[in-house]
Design a protein around this ligand. Structure first.
Ligand code: MN
Length: 225
């Protein structure tokens, strides 16, 4: 009987210490799963690019964010709250960069799909026609914006403060939400997004993003939200 009791105490203490360990080490932010297989966007974006981009770059931002959130006492906030809070505080610039890059990459993965691309359908198609006069003009401006953006950044399709559809570039980790704009779609134009597949040919990458990958359903969902 004494032996059974001591085994019970031993097992209970294991459970208690494991629970404490799990609570202590559970990260505040987690890398969201990719919405498709890493081969799904081939031949336009290779499995190799998606591996490095998701497993190294995106995961790196999430890991950094978790470390920084601990250090800066930001545990308990949502990702959006961390972004809003750090955006206006120069002392939290590194937090902002990693938090925003986490948000941007999740949004980017969802902005693409296998067998996507081509002309949009639904409400976003009507809005594009109304704003740009037609899909061809929208495509020309989106590619131009992505190609001309100097250095690293993002090209977005957004609704601005007045609800007007716009193509906007943002540098580095910058993103629409801190400018009062609603993001509908994004294309990552950091070199790591395309360099393994297209080297310096950013224009080719932005073009195939529109022709073969863009997820218009996602843009329509964002429009409704
Ligand atoms: Mn990226």
């Amino acid at each position: 009987m004494k032996k059974i009791a001591s085994v019970f105490i031993f097992v209970s203490s294991l459970i208690v210490s494991f629970t404490a360990f799990a609570a202590e080490t559970k990260p505040a932010f987690t890398l969201p799963p990719l919405p498709y297989d890493k081969k799904a966007l081939e031949p336009y974006i290779s499995e190799r690019t998606l591996f490095f981009h998701y497993e190294k770059h995106h995961r790196g931002y999430v890991d950094n964010l978790n470390k920084l959130a601990q250090e800066k006492g930001l545990i308990g906030l949502t990702l959006d709250q961390v972004i809003e809070k750090s955006a206006s505080d120069p002392e939290l610039k590194t937090v902002f960069n990693n938090a925003a890059q986490d948000w941007n990459h999740t949004f980017y993965w969802n902005s693409m799909m296998a067998k996507g691309g081509g002309e949009p359908k639904g409400a976003i198609a009507d809005l594009i026609t109304k704003t740009f006069g037609g899909y061809a003009e929208f495509k020309k401006q989106f590619i131009e914006t992505g190609t001309k953006l100097f250095g690293s950044g993002w090209v977005w399709l957004v609704l601005d403060k007045d609800g007007k559809l716009k193509i906007v570039p943002t540098p580095d980790a910058d993103l629409p939400m801190i400018h009062g704009e609603k993001a509908l779609l994004t294309c990552d134009v950091w070199e790591h997004a395309y360099y393994l597949d297209y080297q310096n040919l950013r224009k080719d990458y932005v073009t195939l993003f529109l022709d073969h990958l863009v997820n218009w359903d996602f843009a329509n969902e964002n429009l409704k939200r």
